[in-house]
Each structure stands twice: as structure tokens, then as C-alpha cells.
Ligand binder design. Structure first.
Ligand code: GDG
Length: 503
């Protein structure tokens, strides 16, 4: 442990993401307050933006915000990681309701999300939503350019003419924003380094080619200087697409792509979690599972999303109960499903399907004082989440496809008492690195049921051995490590302290 690189930044950083690191909520008197988001990404990135006096550009989470309205400062009692961000460091992008509907529910979540998760049958291709996607990306680009112009004017005024600002754009909502930024930077001779990180998978060429505007996506991504993905497979898919669709010269070993005389650097940077924060929460959180003595709890925690393999998971658990009646009244599955993208049709259908399926299984197996499945449709506090991770005997993390998956990592971080077992899908990015988990193909229901049985019956020494290794890796490769690796890859770090690569 102790592999953290020093994150001393060599210039201003502009972070751009679909959403700001907090959402704005209107109070009854008409003014707005910040409502914090607890994600690991925000926890890692916000302090760096605070430290380098950088900026964060994103949508505010509301269509009601008037462009003239000032962003509220943090409440003095606020101790969230974003509290240090002054209102002048926050730049909201205004998107009207209809445009947002086409851009976000339409193109981002109705087209790109399913396609990039290799589920093309769920993808809807429509010219007008793609148009909205491009328009909104240009809006983000315009805000970024305005910020960049004023940062550069400031730097130049203070004689810091060699300092180059870094623009770091996140995720699949903003894959073509750099096209416009690059064009204007060339035209106006603005210096900046453009970096991008994709949080979801990048699929193979035979899926990307289904997208009618695939060339524009690839060109958009190649307008960056640096493009990061969670794992090497996604990097290689991307490089392959650039080669086949655009005829770029590529170097797969060094992960370089050439376009119009520029060289784009591609790199795998697997995201981690705030490991120590989860350990701390697990140490202090009270017990919520009163009956852990009698009933072993298997936990599942996911956004309610068809990529997460929830229906397959519930069916595998049913198969376990069919094949192993000895678990009746001894084991229960606690599934927490966070409402997500509730305006999109596929998500409404999934909600109904889950409720029916769980109702049927509970009806089939329940006893007066025991039910096989406890289902929460909602969000719980991070403290409660940590306690549940800590006390669950097994975690089922079985997505059909997932960029990385943080739940697998959070579960092992919280395993500070008698170790449990992580069951993980090889189709999550995390599956390629967390070798000591029990890996199972979620589509194979019998195998999945057998794997749950194996986890429940695993001897303590084997559980300890596996969990120790898993926890060690996640502690080393935590979100701070990821953050400094990204900054370093984008050339934004002042010092590299020569740390050994823990892999
Ligand atoms: C995307 C990619 C990639 C969940 N329920 C509750 C709750 N959560 C938190 C978890 C975890 C996060 O939500 C979910 O993260 P995942 O990584 O599992 O999934 P996505 O939302 O799909 O994230 C994914 C990630 O980006 C990062 O790059 O790993 O592959 O799809 O942190 O803890 N948090 C609280 N209550 C809940 O009920 N407080």
C-alpha cells in the first residue's frame, strides 16, 4: 500500500461532465440550494478542482435555472467534497426541456447506452435525436471555450505563457464535444490539452458500424489528445474502429492513433473507489441485518438497468432454491435497485418485469416468517449501504455488460469482519482484474445457481485468502490512484514521484 502518486497539478483544470458534481434544487422561496451527489468520481475529482482553482462545467439537473441566476455557494455546514468549490468555479450549461429529452433520453440512453453495452436490439436510431446530441455537445463545447479563453487571458496577463490548461471531458454523453473545441482552438490559436474518459464499454467494430454516424463519433473522440478507457479490451476495440472506419494509422502496442497529422494517445485506466472511506463507514455503521445469525444474506446493489443482469440474477437465485431446498428459510437475497432513467420505456418495462418476477418467486417459496427476496426500489444512505456490504455473506455482481462496476469493489472494501464471497460476471470490466472472485457467466442460470451454492458453502480459510487479495488490490488501485494516473496521462501533473506500478 502507499502507492499514491502526488497530485500536484501544473495548471488549471477544466472538468466537463453531463451533470455538475451536485444538482440544484429550488426551495419554496424560489432560490436554489446544492444537493450533493455521493459518487466516488465526484469524491476524487472535486478536491483536485478545488486545489488547482479549476472549473467544472455541466448541466445543473434542472431546467428551471435562469441563465442569469447565480449558482449558490455551499452551505457553511456542508462537508461534502464539493463544498470547497466556489460558485465562480461552477459553470452551468443550459439545455431546454425538449432538447434535453432528445439528447439525453433519446440519443444518450436510447441509442448509445444499449449499443455500447452490445445490446443493439434495444437501440433506437433516429436522426433528430442524433442532431440534438450534436447540438448539446456544441453547447458544452461553447461553454468550455469561453472558460478557456478567460483562463488563458489570465495566465497570459500574469506572464504564465508556458502553462497549458487541461480540459477533461467525461463519458458517452459528450463524445463529440471536442470536435468543436479543437476546431476553435486551431482557429483562435488557443493552447490547451484535451482529455477524455469513457466510463462505459467501447464495443467492437461490428457493433459500432451499426451506428449510422459512427464516423462522427470516432472523429469526435480523435479530436482529443488523450482518450482513456477502463480496460485494454475497450482501447483495442476503439483503435480497431479508427483503423477500419477512418483508415487511421494505428500502433496497437503503444496504443497510438494518427489522424490528420496529430497523434492521439489511448490508455487503459481502471477506475477505483474511495477504499478508505468505505472501510471507515463499515467500521462505524450500525447493524441493519438483525437476523444475520439465522439467515445468510446475499446482496445485490444496482441502478435498475437492463445491463446489470437483474432478471437473470433473480432467476439464478430461484434455481438455487429449486435445486437446494436446504437453503429455504436459511438464505435470502436482498436486492437494492436504484430508480434510473425512469422516462425511458425500456426502464419502465424492466421495473414491471422485476416486480412481477420477485412477486412470483416470493409467492412460491415464502413462509410466514421468511421470504426469499427482499426488494428495495429506492436509494439508501451510503452508511447503510456500507453496513449491508459488511454483513452480507455473498455479493452478486452479475451484469450482462458493465464498463467497470464499482459495487464489486465497494463490497470487498467493506468486508472487515468475517469475509464473505464476491460472485462476479466476467462481462464487467472489474471481472478482468478481480481474479479471486468467483466468476460466472450470468446467462448460464444453472452455473450461476451452482456458483451461489459454492459461495455459501465455501470454507472460511478459502474465503479469507480470496478476500485478502481482493482487498489489497482495491486498496492499492483506489480512486485517488486512478485520478493521479489520469492526470499524469493527460500531462497535467507537476511531479511524478516514481511510484512502483502495483500491478
Ligand atoms: C458507470 C458505469 C462504471 C447504488 N445504489 C446505491 C448507491 N449506489 C452507488 C454504488 C456505486 C454506484 O452507485 C454504482 O456504480 P456502478 O459502477 O456499479 O454503475 P454505474 O452507475 O452504471 O456507473 C460503470 C462507473 O460508471 C464508473 O466509471 O464502473 O461500469 O456503468 O458507487 O455505491 N449509493 C447509495 N445508495 C444506494 O442505494 N448511497
Amino acid at each position: 500500500i502507499g502507492m499514491k502518486k502526488k497530485t500536484e497539478i501544473n495548471g488549471p483544470l477544466i472538468v466537463v461532465s453531463n451533470r455538475l458534481p451536485f444538482v440544484l434544487q429550488r426551495k419554496s422561496d424560489g432560490t436554489f440550494v446544492r444537493k450533493q451527489s455521493a459518487g466516488g468520481l465526484v469524491t476524487a475529482v472535486a478536491p483536485v478542482v478545488v486545489e488547482c482553482k479549476g472549473l467544472w462545467i455541466g448541466w445543473s439537473g434542472t431546467h428551471d435555472l435562469d441563465p442569469e441566476t447565480a449558482i449558490p455557494e455551499a452551505d457553511p455546514s456542508d462537508n461534502a467534497p464539493t463544498a470547497g468549490l466556489l460558485s465562480k468555479q461552477i459553470i452551468p450549461v443550459h439545455i431546454d426541456r425538449k432538447e434535453f429529452e432528445d439528447y439525453y433520453n433519446g440519443c444518450c440512453n436510447g441509442t448509445i447506452w444499449p449499443l455500447f453495452h452490445s445490446m443493439p436490439d434495444k437501440a433506437v436510431f433516429q436522426a433528430h435525436t442524433w442532431k440534438a446530441y450534436c447540438t448539446v455537445n456544441s453547447k458544452f463545447a461553447e461553454s468550455t471555450l469561453n472558460a478557456l479563453r478567460s483562463i488563458l487571458a489570465d495566465l497570459d496577463k500574469n506572464g504564465k505563457t508556458t502553462v497549458t490548461p487541461v480540459v477533461w471531458i467525461h463519458d458517452y454523453q459528450l463524445m463529440v464535444a471536442a470536435t468543436h473545441i479543437r476546431h476553435k482552438c486551431d482557429e483562435e490559436n488557443l493552447r490547451c490539452r484535451l482529455g477524455f474518459f469513457l466510463h462505459i464499454p467501447f464495443p467492437a467494430w461490428d457493433l459500432i458500424r451499426l451506428f449510422p454516424w459512427d464516423d462522427q463519433i470516432l472523429q469526435g473522440m480523435l479530436a482529443f489528445d488523450f482518450v482513456g478507457f477502463h480496460i485494454e479490451d475497450y482501447c483495442l476495440n476503439f483503435i480497431d474502429c479508427c483503423c477500419r472506419r477512418l483508415g487511421c494509422r494505428v500502433d496497437r502496442n503503444s496504443m497510438l492513433v494518427e489522424l490528420a497529422g496529430r497523434t492521439i494517445h489511448v490508455k487503459a485506466l481502471p477506475i477505483g473507489i474511495p477504499f478508505e472511506r468505505f472501510v471507515q463507514l463499515a467500521q462505524t455503521a450500525p447493524e441493519y441485518l438483525k437476523d444475520t445469525e439465522k439467515v445468510k444474506v446475499i446482496i445485490g446493489v444496482d441502478r435498475l438497468d437492463y445491463t446489470k443482469g437483474l432478471v437473470h440474477r433473480i432467476k439464478a437465485f430461484e434455481r438455487l432454491l429449486e435445486n437446494h431446498p436446504e437453503y429455504l428459510e436459511k438464505v435470502s437475497l436482498l436486492q437494492i435497485s436504484v430508480p434510473s432513467r425512469t422516462d425511458v420505456q425500456e426502464y419502465k418495462q424492466l421495473k414491471d418485469e422485476m416486480e412481477q418476477l420477485i412477486g412470483r418467486i416470493n409467492g412460491r417459496f415464502s413462509q410466514p416468517n421468511w421470504s426469499p427476496i427482499r426488494y428495495i426500489y429506492g436509494c439508501i444512505s451510503q452508511e447503510q449501504l456500507a453496513a449491508l456490504y459488511r454483513d452480507a455473506a455473498v455479493a452478486l455482481v452479475t451484469p450482462l455488460r458493465d464498463g467497470m462496476n464499482l459495487v464489486a469493489k465497494e463490497y470487498v472494501a467493506c468486508q472487515i469482519r468475517e469475509p464473505g464471497v464476491l460472485i462476479l460476471s466476467p462481462f464487467a470490466g472489474a471481472g478482468g482484474m478481480m481474479h479471486e472472485a468467483l466468476l460466472v457467466n450470468p446467462y448460464e442460470l444453472d452455473e450461476a445457481a451452482k456458483t451461489i451454492h459454492r459461495a455459501l458453502a465455501m470454507p472460511l480459510d478459502e474465503r479469507e485468502l480470496r478476500m485478502t487479495q481482493l482487498r489489497h488490490r482495491e486498496h492499492c488501485l483506489d480512486v485517488n490512484y486512478w485520478m493521479s494516473s489520469c492526470l499524469s496521462a493527460m500531462g497535467a501533473l507537476k511531479t511524478e514521484d516514481g511510484d512502483v506500478d502495483p500491478l
